[in-house]
Design a protein around this ligand. Sequence first.
Ligand code: FES
Length: 85
Amino acid sequence: MVIITICVGSSCYMRGSDDLASALERLIEKEALEAKVDLVGSFCMSECSPGISIRVGDHQYRDVRFEDAEHFFYQEIFPHIDVKK
Ligand code: FES
């Protein structure tokens, strides 16, 4: 199980973390990965930036943009998922 944590603190929320979470949720459904990925929210991760903070497993990212959701999913999330299991 890969845990994706999206910051929903005020700075990230204002920058579209809710929309980013919805976009990632749609991609998870599109790839039928609901049983392998858990999407959760978090208070401020103390990494406020012009973008959104997100953690994929142990990897922390900041300055992620809603418009980059698909690219981020396939570059940074998809490779961490064991699709064969
Ligand atoms: S509000 Fe998201 S890192 Fe601070």
